[in-house]
Design a binder for this molecule. Structure first.
Ligand code: ISL
Ligand code: CA
Length: 545
């Protein structure tokens, strides 16, 4: 396999609004990120992915862009962005920006033009359809943030498509002018010195709305190949697509190097295991570890040698991993280390989401008014009308609301957690006095240092980067164990998801081997016996000899 710089890279995701506020207006900003570059360099990450910082009316916290070439004033200026690229670069850290081009803001000049008249030159930048005979929307498509995906524009009497909020009209990727404009914009950012893009809902670009085909439409891969040709070709970039509907076969289409599309995609099959299969995230269900192991093993083995995996538990749309897969109580740190080891032990590029490195947890606001997220707010109203109870919805929100990931980063125990001196745009998680960077760093058993160590291991052990993956003990209900093989080396990674001690019998060929411990959240081992005695949430990585 041809070696590429991002094969052993670790990416850290920043949600700028909630990371660090430099000017005390309650909103995180780019100068705030710059002030924490030493912290990030100490962690050892290679890349920062910033959620959108472009000019935006902030209907969806910046995933609704009104000017792709400028920075939202609350986040800073273009000069701040240049400084960030420069100062991160000095520390060997590259910057990825979020490419949100399935839709723009309705306040983007393109849409402002488009809605002027049916013959405006920008009309075809968006997707317009006649009402049905009774005036109703063209079809049944639903928006991700509740309601119909079609909004009637009174002035011209047609509906426009918005798969997210009505302030996020979908761009028409069938129009070559849209594609040319987006590619030019991408090139301007790449020329400015960024290392690549995380591509928002990229699987929707080939949609055929009239057939209600939204993801994985027939033009998706041709579009991505054209995009690559026009922007990424000849540059040494990292690109990662957000693809909820990707199977492993589809992930290979995106990420096989010879197809020249993307470096990798985010697959979400593991995430969905805590969502109701039909009703989705607003009906949470406990995940099943045997299924979770199957999903990871499937992605690991299917993509091996053909595509590339991204490895993650968290992002700005998801629950905090320790709250879903680990323990928020007495085993918070220990289980968070275990979860980190699970991800960092596999093949692919690991992603760390801000606060994950100190074990931040879900938040449980009592009042729905304390939630700021458009998805949470809209679904609360819609689902209440559908007959869900308030209590049931609050439980779902406490489990899976996107705001779980968006409360301010907890830097220290001072008021507003050291994020800001002013009241932040969203309330701080009340647990900030126990859980914060300062507290963590004072501890002997720091989680930050566990992540630091995992990142270092990836740089020094090629087996972690290139070793093949083999699941063992696949039917065990509480232990996730796997092997990595590389040249004549074998790495064993064992992770207990149990709150109790467990004893497992090792497969015969791995019994009684001596070993070297690379990392653990408990005691180091020099020797394996026939059985493994594991303490609650124990986790370790050993090289077998
Ligand atoms: O989190 C989700 C799945 O339950 C969806 O709400 C989410 O909108 C979907 O994953 C797409 O996400 C991306 O595009 C959205 C934006 O709101 C998300 O923050 C972004 O990650 C629209 O741009
Ligand atoms: Ca600010």
């Amino acid at each position: 396999m041809k070696r590429l710089w991002w094969h052993d890279a670790v990416v850290y995701q920043i949600y700028p609004r909630s990371f660090m506020d430099s000017n005390n207006d309650g909103i995180g900003d780019i100068p705030g990120i710059i002030s924490k570059l030493d912290y990030l360099a100490e962690l050892g990450v290679d890349v920062l992915w910033l959620s959108p910082v472009f000019k935006s009316p902030m209907d969806d916290n910046g995933y609704d862009i009104s000017d792709y070439d400028d920075i939202a004033p609350e986040f800073g200026t273009l000069a701040d962005m240049d400084r960030l690229i420069e100062q991160a670069g000095q520390r060997g850290i590259r910057i990825l920006l979020d490419l949100v081009v399935n839709h723009s803001s309705d306040e983007h000049p393109w849409f402002q033009q488009a809605r002027q008249s049916k013959d405006n030159p920008y009309r075809d930048f968006y997707i317009w359809r006649q009402p049905r005979a009774d005036g109703s929307p063209p079809n049944q498509l639903r928006a991700a943030f509740a309601g119909s995906a079609w909004e009637l524009d009174e002035a011209t009497g047609e509906y426009y498509l918005h798969l997210f909020s009505k302030k996020q009209p979908d761009l028409n990727w069938q129009n070559p002018k849209v594609r040319t404009e987006v590619y030019a914009m991408m090139n301007r950012w790449l020329d400015r010195g960024i290392a690549g893009f995380r591509m928002d809902v990229i699987e929707m670009l080939g949609k055929i709305p009239d057939q209600e085909i939204i993801v994985n439409g027939p033009d998706l891969h041709p579009i991505l190949q054209e995009m690559h040709q026009q922007t990424l070709a000849g540059r040494d970039t990292l690109t990662v697509g957000e693809t909820w509907a990707a199977t492993t076969d589809i992930a290979k289409l995106y990420s096989s190097p010879e197809r020249k599309e993307l470096s990798m995609v985010f697959g979400f099959d593991h995430i969905r295991l805590s969502y109701h299969p039909q009703a989705g995230k607003w009906r949470p269900k406990p995940f099943d570890l045997v299924e979770l192991k199957q999903v990871f093993a499937h992605w690991q083995t299917e993509l091996a040698g053909e595509g590339w995996n991204s490895l993650f538990w968290n992002n700005h749309d998801l629950a905090r991993s320790v709250s879903i897969y680990g323990d928020e109580g007495e085993y918070r740190l220990k289980s968070a280390k275990m979860l980190a080891t699970v991800i960092h032990g596999m093949q692919g590029t690991p992603y760390i989401y801000q606060g994950e490195e100190i074990g931040m947890t879900n938040v449980r606001f009592e009042h729905i008014e304390d939630y700021q997220d458009i998805e949470t707010r809209n679904h609360y109203v819609e689902k209440l009308a559908e007959g869900y109870s308030h209590d049931e919805l609050m439980t779902a929100i406490h489990t899976h609301s996107r705001d779980n990931a968006r409360t301010p980063m907890q830097w220290d125990g001072s008021e507003y957690a050291g994020f800001s001196e002013a009241s932040p745009w969203i309330k701080v998680n009340p647990n900030y006095q126990e859980i914060n960077v300062q507290q963590d760093q004072q501890r002997q058993d720091s989680l930050f240092r566990h992540y630091q160590q995992l990142i270092r291991l990836r740089k020094s052990w090629e087996i972690l980067v290139y070793g093949s993956f083999e699941l063992i003990l696949s039917e065990h209900p509480t232990v996730f164990a796997y092997l990595r093989h590389y040249q004549d080396q074998t790495l064993l990674v064992v992770n207990s998801f149990a709150r109790e001690n467990v004893t497992v019998e090792l497969p015969a060929i791995w019994q009684n081997r001596s070993c070297e411990t690379l990392i653990t959240n408990d005691k180091a081992r020099q020797q394996l016996s026939e059985t493994l005695q594991l303490t609650p949430y124990e986790s370790f990585m050993v090289i077998l000899s």
